[in-house]
Design a protein around this ligand. Structure first.
Ligand code: NAP
Ligand code: G3P
Length: 504
């Protein structure tokens, strides 16, 4: 099989070792390629990516083989050595360039993102711009990740003649795996900290979201990331996922996605450090002294933005009986105001990512109705467009009280008091974030300290940003802490050089 490499219209015959690559420019024919050793490559097995909005073809991506993966990992490992020795200031400079390029192309890339994951155009644009800011902040943070010098004499029995110089060093090859709902931001949130720390990165983007993520990777390449330091692997994880996460040469796995897959990776990957950002069932706890107008507004925007396809979406409301009626009627007012439709029109509720998501969300709706929940609004679907659905009087025997819909449906669970709200909140297998709505600061901290989650938002919807804040999940919501400085720390290690000075 003769494989020709096309780059800037020059034709180059590839060596046998690379025979499984066929190369085409991104811009041409919507055929997207992988970045391998500084060149865009593909092979004959491609996957077509269709828009969940109208099923139109967006483009094709390569379905990489295990042999391709071996080549890519080998290349990443080799390229990391020089990159690890590149001054941090130089690495940061390249990241700053990438951030500027991303800003320049924000509209163009936002449109691709909107088409590929049906995210409304406003949120798509803010994802791209947020990512540029993230990369910029990471570049600066990376320049301030100094090591430390520790004297021995403050430990009993040791003298001043021993000194540890602890400096931050890269781990090596980082495997970054991102989810469909933020293919740009949650790819960059792994790539940028890993690169500024001196690692090389292999990105496995979500199949549905790959094209958007490849646009991001192209920006890094054009910013000057050396060949091999950032490579990509596209293809269905169902075919290559287990293979790539069990490769010994991988020094860190940075995964964001479902709890089911995260658990699976943790089980099969063995002794490799990893960060897992997984599912959530974020509760909004509303106490009787809350500002109910504010609570209703925050809860509805937190629950239904991007059709609820956010790990930090509010996915259940725990409200004390004494204010439940008032809160529910205010929430219903807000839900009725939500715009539903085509992402280009900036609608909050847009088509879900695929049919299986629609089917799963509908199952939870049907189960709640069958078990007697009060349907206040919704339960209407047109193809993949599910209208916002609101339930009251949801009880703990209903799946909707516990499962993550990742869709535009919200259950209201009435509780007798603050203690019962805490108890039900902590009974969930998930522990990502929670919101507490109250005007009593003592109650706010009392509840916040009791909740088993990564973060508690006081009088605000649950959300990840700003991106330098620590972001973590406990229980089934993950392990490890994300957030710019925390991500750089997670994807590097302290190496100590101990100086022993002989007494004169
Ligand atoms: P997913 O199905 O778990 O997929 C996430 C990523 O993992 C995709 O790139 C997927 O590739 C890949 N993958 C699947 N199986 C794999 C395997 N065996 N080995 C290696 N990679 C594998 O999740 P999703 O549907 O994209 O995203 C939605 C879920 O992610 C929700 O549960 C949500 O809560 C969670 N999430 C969490 C956070 C957070 O920060 N905590 C953020 C966003 C989303 P393919 O696309 O090729 O299958
Ligand atoms: O689901 C993605 C997650 O990381 C949420 O981000 O900013 O929408 O809260 P955000």
């Amino acid at each position: 099989m003769i494989i020709y490499l096309y780059f800037d219209n020059t034709k180059k015959k590839l060596s046998n070792k690379e025979v499984n690559f066929l190369f085409k420019c991104i811009k041409k024919e919507n055929q997207y390629c992988n970045l391998y050793n500084g060149e865009w490559v593909t092979n004959e097995n491609t996957i077509s990516i269709y828009s969940p909005i109208d099923n139109s073809l967006i483009g094709t991506i390569p379905s990489m083989t295990k042999q391709d993966i071996d080549n890519i990992i080998r290349n990443s490992k080799a390229a990391q050595i020089l990159w690890g020795e590149t001054p941090v200031s130089k690495r940061a400079e390249i990241l700053h360039k990438a951030a500027s390029l991303l800003d320049e192309r924000a509209e163009e890339i936002a449109e691709v993102l909107m088409r590929e994951i049906a995210k409304d155009i406003k949120s798509s644009l803010s994802e791209v711009k947020r990512t540029a800011e993230f990369i910029r902040f990471t570049a600066d943070a990376g320049k301030h990740m100094d090591g430390e010098a520790i004297g021995a004499d403050n430990f009993p029995g040791f003298k001043k003649n021993k000194m540890s110089f602890a400096q931050r060093v890269p781990l090596g090859v980082v495997l970054a795996i991102s989810p469909f709902n933020y293919p740009i931001n949650l790819s960059a949130s792994k790539i940028a900290p890993a690169l500024v720390a001196g690692n090389s990165v292999i990105l496995k983007p979500p199949t549905q979201g790959s094209i958007s993520a490849l646009h991001l990777v192209k920006v890094f390449q054009e910013a000057g990331i050396p060949s091999g330091v950032l490579n990509t692997i596209t293809g269905k994880a169902s075919e290559i996922g287990d293979y790539v996460v069990t490769k010994d040469e991988i020094n860190f796995i940075n995964f964001t996605g479902s709890t089911e897959v995260g658990r699976h990776i943790a089980k099969i990957a063995g002794m490799v450090p990893m960060m897992l950002e997984l599912g959530g069932k974020d509760a909004a706890i509303v106490l009787k002294d809350a500002d109910l107008n504010e609570a209703a507004r925050e809860i509805v925007s937190g629950a239904y933005s991007y059709s609820g396809q956010r790990c930090t979406a509010i996915k259940r409301v725990l409200v004390t009986e004494d204010v439940a009626d008032e809160l529910v009627s205010k929430m219903l007012e807000q839900v009725k105001k939500l715009s539903v439709g085509h992402p280009i029109d900036g609608c909050e509720v847009t088509p879900l990512i695929n049919d299986s998501s629609v089917k799963f969300v509908q199952e939870l709706i049907d189960d709640a109705i069958a078990k007697g929940a009060t349907l206040l609004y919704g339960n209407k679907t047109e193809k993949t467009l599910m209208y916002p659905t609101l339930f009251d009087n949801v009880t703990l025997d209903m799946r909707l009280a516990w499962e993550e819909p990742f869709g535009p449906v919200l259950p209201v669970i009435r509780v007798k008091d603050m203690e019962q709200a805490i108890e039900i909140a902590n009974k969930s297998q998930y522990g990502l974030q929670s919101s507490v709505f109250t005007n009593n600061i003592n109650h706010a901290f009392y509840v916040a300290n009791k909740l088993e989650v990564g973060a508690v938002q006081i009088n605000n919807k649950s959300e990840r940003g700003p991106d330098h804040f620590p972001f973590s999940g406990v229980k089934s919501s993950g392990m490890g802490t994300q957030g710019i400085r925390y991500s750089i720390e997670a994807m590097s290690r302290l190496k100590s050089i101990v100086l022993n000075i002989d007494e004169p």
